[in-house]
Design a binder for this molecule. Structure first.
Ligand code: AMP
Length: 273
């Protein structure tokens, strides 16, 4: 497995010629089973698999979230090796951005202004900036993203449509822990009590999934969740995975989505309806 720490090394390797279809999995590291499932899909669907690991500063609004983001490179490399990754690209932000990292404003309507965008201003500007640079550098045939970050998938599909027609976006299933908590690198920052409270997110999504009255059940679950001590709800809603608007008609909903803070850790989750 090759490990490239700079953009120029990666570009040199690409220029030497990669044989076959290239699959790319971008991550911020602290890899878990959710990331591993993306790597497995990439391995299955491509000849050469590239994994990137970079904690991208421009997508963090909260400085302490960025500072506390887990970094486990040695362990990540072992997982990458086990999943048959051919090359790991792990540059510094300054190297990838070619200077001080910054992000332009992106306005693609509801997908970049509703839900996550509303609660994390500037987040998608940073996501688009880094993925745009990664796509340009790696120039893969396919790129794999998890439906755990469902709004991100909508934003990346738009990015590819507008600026990177060369890359096919493949979305992969959300992976849960055995207790149904959606896997996330941030989960290790949850206390034992926090983790128990966090399970309420997937519980409410399940209740909505099982209800024949989605609108009514979302209302019920919102009141229930709002009353839970230690859980700070940002949103619980129905949405269409393509338009991703607060005004999506319930008839067009494909998913129920939720975001909340527990122990100062921001959690997101969703379920296909
Ligand atoms: P991150 O390292 O959090 O930026 O995530 C890198 C990629 O892994 C993104 O495409 C995420 O959507 C995906 N991912 C993270 N957690 C999960 C999960 N629990 N299930 C599926 N994909 C995930």
């Amino acid at each position: 497995m090759k490990i490239f720490r700079t953009t120029s090394e990666l570009i040199k390797w690409r220029k030497e010629g990669v044989l076959g279809l290239l699959g790319f999995v971008p991550t911020m590291g602290a890899l878990h089973e959710g990331h591993a499932s993306l790597l497995r899909s990439a391995r299955k669907e491509s000849d050469v698999v590239v994994l990137s690991i970079l904690v991208n500063p421009t997508q963090f609004g909260d400085v302490s979230d960025l500072e506390n983001y887990p970094k486990t490179l040695e362990k990540d490399l072992k997982i990458a090796e086990k999943e048959g990754v051919d090359a790991v690209f792990a540059p510094t932000p300054e190297d990838l951005y070619g200077g001080i990292p910054s992000a332009d404003n992106v306005d693609w309507g509801a997908i970049t202004s509703d839900f996550e965008a509303e609660f994390r201003p500037g987040h998608f500007n940073g996501v688009v900036a880094v993925v745009d640079k990664l796509f340009t550098t790696i120039n893969s045939d396919k790129a794999f993203f998890g439906e755990k970050d469902l709004q991100q998938v909508a934003v990346i599909r738009r990015l590819a449509l507008l600026h990177h027609n060369e890359v096919e976006i493949v979305s992969c299933d959300l992976i849960r822990d055995s207790d149904e908590l959606a896997l996330s690198s941030r989960n290790i920052r949850l206390s034992r009590e926090g983790r128990t409270i966090a399970l309420e997110l997937s519980k409410s999504l399940k209740a909505i999934f099982n209800s024949s009255n989605k609108v009514g059940q979302i209302r019920l679950e919102t009141s229930r969740i709002d009353a839970i001590e230690g859980l700070d709800l940002d949103y619980l809603a129905g949405v269409n995975e393509v338009t991703y608007s607060k005004n999506d008609d319930p008839q067009s909903w494909t998913h129920a989505i939720i975001a909340a803070e527990v122990d100062g850790v921001r959690l997101i989750d969703n379920i296909r309806l």
